[in-house]
Each structure stands twice: as structure tokens, then as C-alpha cells.
Design a protein around this ligand. Structure first.
Ligand SMILES: *[C@@H]1O[C@H](CO)[C@@H](O)[C@H](O)[C@H]1NC(C)=O
Ligand SMILES: *[C@@H]1O[C@H](CO)[C@@H](O)[C@H](O)[C@H]1NC(C)=O
Length: 297
């Protein structure tokens, strides 16, 4: 084995650990909800080719952008589609999430004339009604989480922190593009919201305001909650008040156990680290045995 190969293999192993560790934090492609239209198109119809062309274009665009809209070629029946990924994440997460969303649609909503699917880090929708550019504050899905028993939460503090964290999402200075990802935090409560990129900044704020009102009334006693509207969603979650490390990503599972997840993630990283150190030692030994201590001989 040459010195170059040795370094390439080490580099590959190190990148693998980092990726594994990042994935341990959240299941970005986790399923949230899906909705399918009642009407179905006929297999082999020109409507099907419109849908396929829109989905293929969306799938391709996910490799370079976190938001796009597509309309089928004008020679085929009208179908439009869009996707919005978490705009704070690298586009590689978007690509993987959108590919997953499209493959789930084919089993969840086979031959539906319109459908929408929300995974943890991305939203995708297509149909023949012109929803592009139109606000939609309909509540589609919501869940609340119960407080973790040993979370160390002070029940009296939680509502105030939650309202402050959520309030920051509505008050966030409107960013230039509508596809806004916003964060808020207060004490040990964190919040985030994401609008679909076809909304203006003001429409996004309106949508987030409705989501926040829902969370405050529906999840008033919870330590975590998420609500999804037609064109935006918002989530809040209490981090463990006993630990100082605030998690950057919302947890995937409601109800959830922040501290346990974090600990098992760390243990996993340590175990993998030990294995990789062993692998490097073994590779280095075999290199030295074959080539002697002087490289290039
Ligand atoms: C959308 O497709 C359905 C089913 O083919 C059809 O009934 C409906 O009229 C279409 N809507 C529009 C706006 O074209
Ligand atoms: C749709 O995409 C086009 C570019 O492909 C863009 O010019 C247009 O503003 C987008 N429309 C909406 C509503 O986002």
C-alpha cells in the first residue's frame, strides 16, 4: 500500500465518522405527513407524462437548490410542482430528502392527480390547481410532546420561554427572500419555522403567526410541538434544562428524550472512533511490514 492510498483511506474513514455523527442528531428524511387528491389519472395518459416530467425536474433541481417551482411543458396537461427544503441545511440534505419524498409518493399516492408530502427536512407538492405563489394557512398536521420526566423543567417557566421563543419567529426581521428559515430561543426552549419559497416575506410572517397561535393554544402544556400549514410550519422544543448544550436541530420524535438521544449519539461516536483508530493502526502496521519504515522503497 502506498502512502497516498493510506492517506486516502484514512480520510475516507474520518469523513465517514463525521457523516455518521451528523446523521445521529436527526432523522432528516423522517416521515411527517402526506396528502393525496381523490381523483386519479389513467396510467399511460398524457396527464401521467406531465406528472412524471414535473417530478423528474424537481428531483434534478434538488441537487443544487433548496426551493424551486416547475410547470409541465405547455404541450401536455397543466401540472405544477414545488419543493422546499430546510433552507439552513446544506443542499446535499435536500437532494437526499427530495429523492426519498418522491419515492414515498409513488407508494403513498399512486396515480393521484395531486399530492403533497412532508418529511422532516423537506416538503414537496404537485397538482393541477395553481397553488404556486398563493398563501395557504390551512392547518394540515400537528403534534404536541409531553415533558420529559427527568428533564428538570420548571413548569412555571416553560410557558413564558415557549411564548418568547415562538414570538421571535413572528418578529424575525423579514429576510429578502420568502423561503425563510427562522429561529427563536428563550431559556431552554428553542423554536424554528420554515416557509415555502413562493411566499413573500410578509406572507411568510402571516403564515408563521397562524402556526405560532396554533402551537400556543394546542400545545399549551407540552414541552414540544409542531404544526404544519399549507405553506409553512413551526416547531418548538424544550432542551434538557439540566444540560447547557442547546441542540441545534429539532428532535424527530414527539414525545422525545433529548438527553438520552444525545448520550447514545456520543457513545456511538466514541465506539466508532475506537474501531477506526484500530483500523488505522492495522493498516499502518501492514504498510510498515511491507515497505519498511522508509516510504517509497
Ligand atoms: C385537474 O384534474 C382533475 C382530474 O383529471 C380534473 O377533474 C380537474 O378538472 C383538473 N383541474 C384543472 C384546474 O384542470
Ligand atoms: C417559479 O420559478 C421561476 C423560475 O424558474 C421564477 O421566476 C418564479 O418567480 C417562480 N414562481 C414562484 C411563485 O416562486
Amino acid at each position: 500500500m502506498s502512502v497516498r492510498n493510506f492517506f486516502l483511506i484514512s480520510l475516507f474513514l474520518i469523513i465517514s465518522i463525521c457523516t455518521l455523527h451528523a446523521k445521529a442528531d436527526e432523522d432528516f428524511n423522517g416521515f411527517v405527513y402526506a396528502g393525496c387528491s381523490q381523483p386519479h389519472y389513467d396510467p399511460g395518459s398524457s396527464y401521467e407524462s406531465s406528472v412524471n416530467s414535473v417530478l423528474t425536474s424537481l428531483s434534478n433541481a434538488a441537487s443544487y437548490t433548496t426551493y424551486t417551482n416547475i410547470t409541465a411543458p405547455s404541450t401536455t396537461p397543466f401540472v405544477c410542482g414545488l419543493f422546499q427544503c430546510r433552507s439552513d441545511l446544506p443542499v446535499s440534505f435536500c437532494e437526499s430528502c427530495i429523492h426519498d419524498a418522491i419515492s414515498r409518493l409513488s407508494t403513498l399516492c399512486p396515480s393521484a392527480t395531486g399530492a403533497a408530502v412532508q418529511l422532516r427536512a423537506c416538503f414537496l407538492k404537485y397538482g393541477n390547481d395553481s397553488f404556486l405563489g398563493k398563501p395557504d394557512n390551512t392547518v394540515l398536521y400537528k403534534t404536541c410532546g409531553t415533558p420529559e420526566p427527568n428533564g428538570g423543567y420548571n413548569d412555571a417557566e416553560l410557558p413564558g420561554m415557549r411564548d418568547a421563543a415562538l414570538g421571535a419567529l413572528v418578529a424575525a426581521a423579514a429576510p429578502p427572500s420568502g423561503g425563510a428559515y427562522r429561529i427563536g430561543g428563550s431559556g431552554y426552549v428553542q423554536a424554528m419555522s420554515q416557509c415555502v419559497g413562493d411566499l413573500s416575506a410578509n406572507e411568510c410572517t402571516d403564515c408563521v403567526r397562524v402556526a405560532v397561535e396554533q402551537l400556543k393554544t394546542e400545545c399549551s402544556l407540552a414541552s414540544a410541538g409542531q404544526v404544519y400549514l399549507g405553506k409553512c410550519y413551526a416547531r418548538f422544543w424544550a432542551t434538557n434544562s439540566n444540560s447547557n448544550s442547546a441542540s441545534t436541530y429539532p428532535p424527530s420524535i414527539f414525545p422525545y428524550h433529548t438527553s438520552h438521544g444525545g448520550e447514545s449519539g456520543k457513545k456511538l461516536a466514541i465506539i466508532i472512533g475506537v474501531f477506526i483508530a484500530l483500523a488505522i493502526v492495522i493498516v499502518a502496521c501492514s504498510f510498515i511490514r511491507r515497505n519498511g519504515l522508509v516510504p517509497g522503497k
